[in-house]
Write a protein that binds this ligand. Structure first.
Ligand code: NAD
Length: 276
């Protein structure tokens, strides 16, 4: 019970990483406000979790919604210990010259403004309490270009920097702010369809898993476990941190898996400088 008696808000909790985190947080003793703009899956999750969870419909890009969401957690449970700003989507895709300013605004409204608003409205409560853990979902795409479309990468880089900047301000009040940088995780977002079926997710796991360092892509619970740690007192000396959880993908490309066909033709042997 690492989160016993704590109150959490998780945005984007109707699916993928957010849903897995809601389950893990409740397992660890927290009360969770399951916040999402879509209600169907979120309501089913709240049903499954029972009294420890409640649903709140919110679009994280709307300040009114985020303010009301934080107010709901407070009026229901009287405090806010964990603000997990996790909601997201793939954003605009395509060559840079085809991206419109509307695409830009919509992408940044959700991926950056949504995180900013969650931090903004959680801060006064946590400062008053003298404690709190803010967790933001960034991405390895925010650490290095090329993992995802332009705007998604830039937005996630902004989330990482916002995390660090806010951590420096809130340390004086006992409030920590960290982010998680997932690699590829088997969720509808990564599969490219909001309504991805289990079969489509299994197909994605099989297709990409083979080339990964650990022989598999991530499961949402891999990120949820990192979130539990960042939420709990076990990470009480950790703030301003971008926690990479990617099965080793950001460490580099596994040369033996990249060159499978080459090594199949030519067996690997010791390379000696004298050429023997
Ligand atoms: P997902 O599609 O399974 O879940 C995302 C949830 O966010 C959905 O329930 C959706 O309804 C909700 N959402 C989207 N826009 C919203 C808004 N404006 N307001 C409220 N809710 C909104 O995807 P996921 O993979 O679990 O994504 C969670 C986070 O993880 C996102 O921030 C995503 O960018 C990040 N991420 C995912 C991966 C991956 O490979 N899946 C990798 C790196 C980072």
């Amino acid at each position: 019970m690492r989160l016993d008696g704590q109150v959490a808000i998780i945005t984007g909790a109707g699916s993928g990483i957010g849903a897995a985190s809601a389950r893990r947080f409740v397992d660890e003793g927290a009360k969770v406000l399951v916040a999402d703009m879509h209600e169907v899956k979120a309501l089913a999750l709240v049903d499954e979790l029972g009294d420890a969870a409640a649903f709140f419909q919110a679009d994280v890009s709307s300040e009114d919604d985020v303010e009301a969401m934080v107010g709901e957690a407070l009026s229901r449970w009287g405090r806010l210990d964990i603000m997990f700003n996790n909601a997201g989507f793939g954003g605009a895709i395509g060559p840079v010259e085809t991206i419109t300013t509307d695409d830009f605004d919509i992408t940044f409204d959700v991926l950056v403004k949504g995180v900013f608003l969650g931090i903004k409205h959680a801060t006064p409560i946590m400062r008053e309490q003298g404690s709190g853990s803010i967790i933001n979902t960034a991405s390895v795409a925010g650490l290095q270009a090329g993992w995802s479309p332009h705007l998604y990468s830039v937005a996630k880089a902004a989330v990482i920097h916002l995390t660090k900047s806010v951590a420096l301000e809130l340390g004086d009040y006992g409030v920590r702010c960290n982010c998680i940088c997932p690699g590829i995780i088997a969720t509808p977002l990564a599969a490219g369809f909001a309504k991805a079926t289990d079969d489509q997710l299994d197909e994605m796991k099989a297709r990409f898993g083979r080339t990964q360092v650990l022989g598999r892509i991530g499961d949402p619970v891999d990120i949820a476990n990192a979130a539990v740690w960042l939420a709990s007192d076990e990470s009480s000396y950790v703030t301003g941190h971008a926690q990479v959880v990617d099965g080793g993908a950001f460490a580099g490309k596994p040369w033996n898996k990249q060159h499978e066909s080459m090594t199949a033709q030519r067996p690997i042997k010791l390379y000696r400088p004298d050429g023997r």
